[in-house]
Design a protein around this ligand. Structure first.
Ligand SMILES: Cc1cc2nc3c(=O)[nH]c(=O)nc-3n(C[C@H](O)[C@H](O)[C@H](O)COP(=O)(O)OP(=O)(O)OC[C@H]3O[C@@H](n4cnc5c(N)ncnc54)[C@H](O)[C@@H]3O)c2cc1C
Ligand code: FES
Length: 249
């Protein structure tokens, strides 16, 4: 797939280390799909579309810091959208969003207006993303690690308190998602999870993003997987680094 040159038309500072960048181009996408973003001279990395014309980036290393340092009028190369996205079959849906994992879930919430319950979690109040977007799409429960907003503790603390949904969809730290999967299994509801693995080619060729033991590729078979596909194996336990070595989560 060819690289599209996009110009940054607006930038919203979401928190100390998270920016949303808006482009001069809108993508046709299913919430959960991602684009490969080429920061010239630095790297090409995967980013979920958080808007039809935008991405929301947490600065964690060289490439993401370079994106967060860009200004209006700068340009990026973008390939995609890639991957499968979330597939809702039986609303209402419970969304569980941790940190920047809210990025692919906010457009999903908007597409399912009034058929959504969201648990939105972050370390602190300042780091909660898209509160208004989730609130206007349905009911919203908030958690923070330090108790600065909502329930003090992890998102999973609230799972037992919430009822009235037929499916669970989640994106965030993998250890959190593993606990969400364990809850979904006990509750007997289907679930879907958006995974982050080390993505190089983005088109299913290099094998860098495979999950164990199935060998499914996050870049092209995912990044969204059904809970049933993740029950056994590396989910919530480890992923692989740039060299293929296992890194415990
Ligand atoms: C499908 C998908 C969607 C994503 N969506 C978002 C998003 O919406 N917002 C956001 O802030 N982040 C998102 N990420 C994570 C983002 O791609 C990484 O944070 C980024 O690649 C890190 O690059 P870096 O050079 O800044 O940091 P590095 O120093 O390279 O790495 C920092 C951390 O990011 C991980 N990482 C590095 N490169 C990749 C890669 N190519 N693929 C996957 N993980 C990597 C490493 O394991 C490491 O833990 C997504 C990842 C995937 C796979
Ligand atoms: S990143 Fe190359 S196969 Fe997935």
């Amino acid at each position: 797939m060819y690289v599209r040159n996009v110009e940054i038309t607006d930038i919203k500072t979401e928190s100390r280390d998270v920016n949303t960048l808006f482009f001069d181009h809108s993508f046709r996408f299913i919430p959960g799909q991602y684009v490969m973003v080429w920061i010239r001279g630095v790297d090409e990395i995967p980013m979920s579309l958080s808007y039809v014309n935008g991405i929301t980036v947490r600065a964690v290393g060289d490439a993401t810091a370079a994106i967060c340092a860009l200004r209006v009028g700068d340009t990026l190369g973008v390939r995609g959208p890639f991957g499968n996205g979330f597939r809702v079959t039986k609303p209402p849906v419970l969304l569980v969003a941790g940190g920047v994992g809210a990025a692919p879930l906010a457009p999903l919430a908007e597409s399912l207006k009034n058929n959504i319950i969201t648990i939105l979690g972050a370390k602190t109040e300042e780091e909660l993303l898209f509160i208004e977007r989730f609130k206007s799409a349905g009911s919203l429960w908030i958690t923070t690690d330090d108790g600065s907003a909502g329930h003090k503790g992890p998102t999973i603390d609230l799972l037992d308190r919430i009822q009235g949904y037929n499916e669970i969809m989640s994106c965030g730290p993998e250890k959190m998602m593993r606990k969400v999967l364990d809850h979904a299994i006990v509750a007997g509801v289907p679930s879907q999870f958006s995974l982050q693995r080390y993505i190089k080619c983005g088109v299913g060729l290099c094998g860098s993003c495979c999950i164990d033991p199935s060998g499914l590729r996050v870049c092209s078979d995912g990044p969204v997987f059904a809970g049933a596909q993740l029950q056994e194996g590396d989910f919530g336990a480890y992923m692989r680094d740039t060299t293929g070595r296992k890194v415990n989560l």
